[in-house]
Design a protein around this ligand. Structure first.
Ligand code: AMP
Length: 296
């Protein structure tokens, strides 16, 4: 395993792998403080690709003023040890100046999609995400890039970015890894006290409520959102930021859940001072038609 700090070195290593050795490259972009959620992406990258590159970069451009950029957990030594277990070939861990050199002036915005939900609560966040991914994709030129469903809106932003700007990279989205309690793994869980960690399970519980509400026959997006809100409000340590009930593929707001399209229920809430997000995709309850009996 090699730890690469320089963009040029990363680009030339990747170029050689592609051109001279005909290897497929998988990129797993992360901000480090790796947990089993990240490692599930690494495992799939390992399975699908000849060479795995994990980037570890706490991207200042995706943090707003007053957010946790400075105190975001950083432990490259521990991350390196964890990645060694997966035989990762390269860790790309650039300094900020390496990605954003002096006079850096070009930013990428995925319009529309970036402005709602996470984007509304964190203005500029997805511009930072799209920009750093553009730099990473152009540096590594991965055949596949791996992302977690945990950041549902991010996966849609990335897919749009790749499609619109014609990156030759396939986006792979993998399921959210959770603790036994249901709490989605997140580097930000490190901020939580023991009591807050217990309280944080409310996000998962609220999303389960959304699912149950749907299963009970409710199709109104407003009513499903209300169920989530009520569940979050039942936890005194939690404060709801938003709940979105949208089409799962476009993240467009809907009034009613359609019979033939999955619904995304996305939630953000503060637990103490820590802001957490989670989501669930509800698959439509398709009518089972006894086609065999009819045609047979
Ligand atoms: P981050 O380091 O938070 O930027 O996350 C890096 C990648 O790991 C993103 O694609 C996340 O969606 C993904 N990820 C984070 N937490 C989880 C989780 N609990 N399960 C699956 N993927 C995750």
């Amino acid at each position: 395993m090699e730890i690469i700090n320089r963009r040029q070195r990363m680009a030339s290593v990747a170029r050689k792998l592609r051109r001279d050795e005909d290897k497929t490259i998988g990129l797993v972009p992360t901000m480090g403080a790796l947990h089993d959620g990240h490692l599930s992406l690494v495992r799939e990258a390992r399975r699908m690709c000849d060479v795995v590159v994990v980037s570890v970069f706490v991207n200042p451009a995706q943090f707003g003023p007053g957010e946790d950029f400075a105190r975001y957990p950083r432990d490259l030594t521990k991350d390196t040890t964890r990645l060694a277990d997966y035989n990762v070939e390269y860790i790309f861990a650039p300094a900020v100046e390496e990605i954003y050199p002096k006079n850096f002036a070009t930013y990428v915005t995925v319009e529309g999609l970036s402005e709602q939900f996470e984007g509304a609560s964190r203005p500029g966040h997805f511009r930072g995400v799209a920009t750093v991914l553009t730099v990473l994709f152009n540096t590594v030129r991965p055949d596949f890039a791996f992302f977690g469903q945990k950041d549902a809106q991010q996966t849609l932003v990335v897919k749009r970015l790749v499609r619109d700007l014609a990156f030759d990279t396939e986006v792979v989205v993998l399921p959210t890894v959770r603790e036994e309690s249901g709490l989605a793994l997140s580097s930000r869980n490190n901020y939580l006290s023991r009591e807050e960690r217990e309280a944080a399970v409310v996000l998962y519980r609220a999303l389960q409520r959304a699912k149950e509400t749907y299963r009970e026959g409710e199709r109104s997006a407003r009513k499903i959102a209300e169920a989530v809100r009520a569940a979050v409000e039942a936890e005194p340590r939690a404060r709801l930021d938003y709940v979105g009930v949208t089409d799962a593929e476009t993240m467009e707001k809907i009034e009613r859940a359609a019979d033939d399209r999955p619904v995304l229920v996305a939630v953000a809430a503060f637990v103490g001072k820590t802001r957490l997000i989670d989501n669930v995709v509800i698959q439509p309850a398709r009518e089972r038609r006894a086609t065999g009996a009819l045609t047979g």
